[in-house]
Design a protein around this ligand. Structure first.
Ligand SMILES: C[S@@+](CC[C@H](N)C(=O)[O-])C[C@H]1O[C@@H](n2cnc3c(N)ncnc32)[C@H](O)[C@@H]1O
Length: 275
């Protein structure tokens, strides 16, 4: 199976098509590079700009707030060693099952369908004890795809594609990726070294409530504190606001624009880096 880098035209298709079309792109000879699940704050539309700022000489790539891993998936490989991390245990379980139990997960998902009632049942069942990791991962995948704007809470009512064919590519891409389930502070300390590049995409300031793992105001300060001490390099994406500009005033701050996933407008975002 040959994985090739994304080409610009393909990125343009993604920008105008929010449906997950990873498998089609693979068939056209390009590895996707779109995440296999929609995720709030996902960076599909900003990935190219973020990657264009990566240095050439890092050996270890760490996606600290992994979510749907749009930036990780945007390239066949970023570095010799790659780490995906998120504090959300359900999401990390899905990534682990996609990597280690892909065929069983596909079989699990093939029995699911798109209906409001079924969505409600899955959401309730997902929280119960006694499920296998594969069952839980299947439910997580389906709830993420069927929910409104990937909020995992309300039914989207859209004709979403529940095909899990794309998992073969995902399994391949994750083959050499270490999957972690840690708080960012511990993770950054654990993987820091001169050759490290951390990509950090934390919950945005004032958008923390959209995630199951609450990110408190002091967590923004904690992140700045640990990033100020590292030996390696970091790239950080954030929403553009005064608090963040003030917090990172000693670093390089670049303003970028990103198309809004849910409407026609644009968001102003910041890319912040220590090199
Ligand atoms: C903006 S999203 C990341 C989106 C991702 N870049 C993408 O393209 O899909 C932020 C992520 O941070 C995770 N998170 C929240 N608190 C965390 C913490 N303390 N440590 C690590 N991850 C955390 C959330 O679960 C969420 O998936």
């Amino acid at each position: 199976m040959k994985l090739v880098s994304a080409v610009p035209e393909v990125s343009e298709i993604w920008a105008s098509n929010t449906e997950i079309n990873l498998y089609n792109l693979y068939n056209k000879g390009a590895i996707f590079i779109k995440s296999f699940i929609p995720w709030i704050g996902g960076k599909n539309l900003l990935a190219k700009k973020i990657i264009s700022r990566f240095p050439d000489d890092f050996q270890r790539y760490i996606e600290v707030f992994g979510g749907g891993a749009s930036v990780l998936f945007h390239r066949e490989r970023h570095a010799k060693t790659e780490i995906y991390n998120d504090l959300n245990g359900g999401l990390v379980n899905l990534f682990r099952c996609a990597k280690f139990h892909r065929a069983e997960l596909q079989r699990e998902i093939s029995g699911y369908f798109n209906s409001r009632q079924f969505f409600g049942e899955l959401k309730a069942k997902m929280e119960l004890p006694g499920l296998t990791d594969i069952q839980r991962a299947g439910m997580f995948f389906v709830v993420a795809r069927l929910s409104f704007g990937a909020n995992m809470r309300t039914f989207g009512g859209q004709p979403r594609n529940l095909s899990a064919d794309c998992l073969e590519i995902v399994e391949k891409r994750l083959e050499n990726v270490v999957i972690e389930n840690l708080d960012f502070y511990e993770l950054i300390k654990k993987y820091d070294c001169n050759e490290a590049l951390f990509y950090c995409d934390p919950p945005y300031n004032n958008s923390e409530r959209y995630y199951d793992n609450r990110f408190e105001p002091e967590d923004h300060e904690r992140l700045k504190a640990i990033l100020s001490q590292i030996q390696g390099r970091f790239i950080l994406s954030y929403n553009d606001n005064e608090k963040i500009r003030e917090l990172y005033r000693d670093f390089k701050i670049i303003q970028v624009r990103r198309q809004n996933n849910l409407s026609e407008g644009f968001y102003k975002e910041l890319i912040i880096q220590n090199f």
